[in-house]
Design a protein around this ligand. Structure first.
Ligand code: DAH
Length: 337
């Protein structure tokens, strides 16, 4: 066996090893227990003495030199591996942070919460009722008898077995009064449904805020005071508003509440149909039949109620011209709030 040849080819292979694993294989091949050089060293004992000394010396030199080569290459490859890993995991700690887009509350949610805050500060409790209602609570208990034309005012989604999707939040007035004795002050934010064709000012799913205040001596003056305070704080400025006679079966007398058009400041424009006023709510003094339906003695109590359309309020506040934008899911719209 030519030791020089072995040394040269081994040295070449060691230099060419591209990773630690192949280097390990090479080590096994030459210096391992069954390695080529190990076998030579082991066979030395069979040689005549003189030869043994010469070959033995050379073989040991080869072994030492190869060991060195192995160590060197191993250090190189390890170094390379560490550098590669560092490069891969390198973090530029001076780089500016990535801005993670965050969501925000829907404008209607923001407005509902604001309204809740305002009314709560005036002693009102926030109550809720079911979206799926019975005809009794949605109509009969509110003094809207069956087959009465007033029922047609609300384009109703009827479900099976006498259920329906509530067309307004007013049924919660009765539900609440059944369980709670006056004096009471509540607002009821909630979704209502109407079987309507949609256009810039009509949606089939709306948010309302119902209000109800019942006590011994409640008057329209109380209604005006509370509603005026609400407008001022909701719109964050003084707002002119007016009550005009209207008709609702569940109130007597009934009113519609209008505010000065916020777009033209009352001068008249297309938004307010040149009237200078915008209707934002229905209201009135609770009808005795509603008290009766809720199990209260009408003569003992007086109360007022109102129902605001929340979309309308938000549209006026932010000058939004299409009600359908609220449920469009369009982020360009939503991101503005
Ligand atoms: N429920 C009525 C509607 O949806 C609004 C309304 C009118 C509510 C007068 C009231 C009220 O509480 O007193 O059109």
């Amino acid at each position: 066996m030519d030791l020089k040849k072995l040394k040269n080819s081994a040295a070449k292979e060691i230099k060419a090893a591209e990773d630690l694993k192949s280097l390990q294989e090479l080590f096994k091949k030459y210096l391992g227990k069954q390695g080529e050089l190990t076998q030579i060293l082991r066979s030395l004992k069979d040689l005549p003495k003189r030869e043994r000394i010469m070959v033995g010396k050379e073989a040991n030199e080869v072994k030492n030199s190869l060991s060195l080569e192995f160590d060197e290459r191993e250090a190189e490859l390890k170094d390379r591996e560490v550098k590669a890993a560092q490069e891969k995991e390198w973090i530029d700690v001076t780089a500016p942070g990535k801005k993670i887009p965050t969501g925000s509350l829907h404008p209607l949610t923001q407005a509902r919460r604001k309204a809740e805050e305002i009314f709560q500060s005036m002693g009102f409790e926030v109550a809720e009722g079911p979206d799926i209602e019975t005809e009794w609570y949605n109509f009969d208990a509110l003094n809207i008898p069956k087959d009465h034309p007033a029922r047609d005012v609300w384009d109703t989604f009827y479900l099976k077995n006498g259920f329906l999707l509530r067309t307004h939040t007013s049924p919660v007035q009765v539900r609440y009064m059944e369980k709670n004795n006056p004096p009471l002050r509540i607002i009821v934010p909630g979704t209502v449904y109407r079987h309507e064709a949609t256009d810039p000012s009509h949606e089939f799913q709306l948010q309302q805020i119902e209000g109800l205040m019942v006590d011994k001596n409640i008057s329209v003056a109380n209604l005006k005071a509370i509603v005026g305070e609400f407008f001022k704080r909701f719109f964050e400025k003084d707002i002119d508003f007016r009550l005009r006679p209207d008709f609702f079966p569940f109130t007597e007398p009934s009113f519609d509440i209008s505010i000065t058009c916020l777009v033209c400041k009352g001068k008249g424009c297309p938004v307010c149909k040149e009237s200078g006023w915008l209707e934002v709510a229905g209201a009135g003094m609770v009808h005795p039949n509603v008290f009766k339906a809720a199990g209260l003695v009408p003569g003992q109590w007086q109360g007022w109620a109102f129902g605001f359309g929340l979309e309308r309020l938000v549209m006026l506040k932010h000058k939004i011209n299409d009600i359908r934008l609220f449920r469009s899911g369009d982020l360009r719209f939503l991101k503005q709030f």
